[in-house]
Design a protein around this ligand. Structure first.
Ligand SMILES: *Cc1c(COP(=O)(O)O)cnc(C)c1O
Length: 401
């Protein structure tokens, strides 16, 4: 017996729910790629994209996923033999550094474990110890989607400044752009990496690099940059050969255009507030489940939690059981656990994740929580029984006018 029918619902941390408006924006014939609407809308598209990151720097759009954005940022700032400081708070920080290593970059890493954020004091100490200024960049992740840790980006900037270190500061905002407050320029970030399929509600396929003057100056010092990834090429005017190094991703650009319309119609501050209320709603439910049985929030301190995704400890083997039951019986797809640490409770089998990023609606969110609640009962997993009440109380108390 299953009750799954009609629309299936994605509650995982990327790809995310695509709004109807975005889907419809793609439902059109192929456009001319040399002139006309696609080219005419280009400047405004880049500007509106930069507004989401709060930067007056430059934006680059690659055809690719988040990994492509990582590679673009690395190739334009580093060369083999360079050394960087990589800050780990989960799987994604580590993954980006591994990619740098494969490009011949030496990695010095600081690991902050799976449930606490980057400690700026350790970053400052590591940078002070680098008296020769061999470290060319500090790389980190704003929201590490595996652990659901959110790092304090301005605090890391302050650590770099306190150490008077010239390293570039590069931040992965793939999971957090359009979800968590982010002020690239005000926070002194030199390179931001993002992608379109999480907070930006667009089908996977576009990766973004945002860069400031310091990052561009660093790029100009490199002796070789692969032509396809080259920021300098892509910042030129000509649309076809330069901006996209070949055919532009036509329908993705129309989709992104519509997604940015939606974000700016609401206002980015309102989009951030909504993510924060929805995150607190999920936390209220999980805290209530944790009153009895094995479930609990993976990140104990609310200030260290992402408002885009929540990692939940569910007890041995329960993560995949809950997830599969929700897919099979109710048509809701939760995020699965990723390997995030050495502890037994950090094993993927113990975890599942709820993505609450992008086009999350109140019905979608409360529906997902209700489905998990039903799964716990059906699978006979002990849990506190007041979770849905706590979730709706949180929603009710958040709406004060
Ligand atoms: C999703 C994600 C990535 C990887 O993005 P892909 O599109 O899967 O390549 C990298 N970093 C973070 C923080 C992510 O959430």
């Amino acid at each position: 017996m299953t009750l799954s029918h009609g629309f299936s619902h994605l509650a995982m941390p990327g790809p995310t729910v695509i709004p109807d408006r975005v889907l419809q924006a793609m439902h059109r014939p192929s456009p001319d790629i040399y002139s006309g609407e696609l080219v005419d809308q280009s400047d405004a598209l880049y500007n509106d994209l930069k507004r989401v990151a709060n930067t007056n720097g430059d934006a680059i759009i690659y055809i690719g996923n988040g990994h492509a954005g990582w590679e673009g940022a690395l190739i334009n700032t580093l060369q083999p033999g360079d050394r960087i400081l990589a800050l780990y708070t989960g799987r994604f920080g580590r993954g980006w550094a591994q990619m740098a290593e494969a490009l011949g970059v030496e990695i010095e890493s600081l690991d902050f474990g799976s449930n606490s954020p980057v400690d700026p004091d350790r970053v400052e100490a590591a940078l002070r110890a680098d008296t020769q200024h061999r470290l060319r960049a500090v790389i980190t992740v704003q929201t590490d989607t595996s652990t659901s840790i959110r790092n304090d980006i301005p605090a890391i900037r302050e650590a770099i400044d306190n150490a008077k270190h010239p390293a570039l500061f590069m931040v992965d905002c793939i999971a957090s752009l359009g979800c968590e407050p982010y002020h690239m320029d005000a926070w002194g970030v030199d390179v931001t990496v993002a992608a379109c399929q999480k907070g930006l509600m667009t089908p996977p396929g576009l990766a973004f690099n945002f860069l400031n003057a310091k990052a561009k100056a660093r790029q100009a010092e490199l002796t070789h940059v692969s032509q396809y990834w080259d920021w300098a090429q892509r910042l030129k005017e000509e649309h076809f050969y330069q901006k996209f190094s070949g055919t532009p991703p036509t329908h993705h650009l129309f989709a992104l255009r519509e997604a940015l319309n939606m974000i700016h119609e609401d206002g980015i501050e309102q989009v951030w507030r909504r993510h924060s209320v929805f995150a607190e709603t999920v936390w209220a439910a999980v805290d209530a489940w944790s009153e009895d049985g094995p479930l609990r929030l993976h990140i104990p301190n609310p200030e260290h939690r992402s408002t885009a995704v929540t990692t939940i400890v569910a007890g041995d083997g329960n993560g995949p059981r809950i997830r599969q039951w929700c897919i099979d019986k109710l048509g809701v797809t939760l995020g699965y656990g990723l390997p995030i640490g050495e502890l037994a409770s950090d094993r993927p089998d113990n975890l599942f994740r709820i993505g609450h990023m992008g086009h999350v609606t109140p019905t979608g969110l409360l529906g997902s929580l209700g489905c998990v609640d039903a799964a716990l009962t059906a699978l006979d997993i002990a849990h506190g029984d007041n979770a849905l009440n706590c979730a709706t109380n949180k929603i009710a108390s958040s709406i004060t006018d």
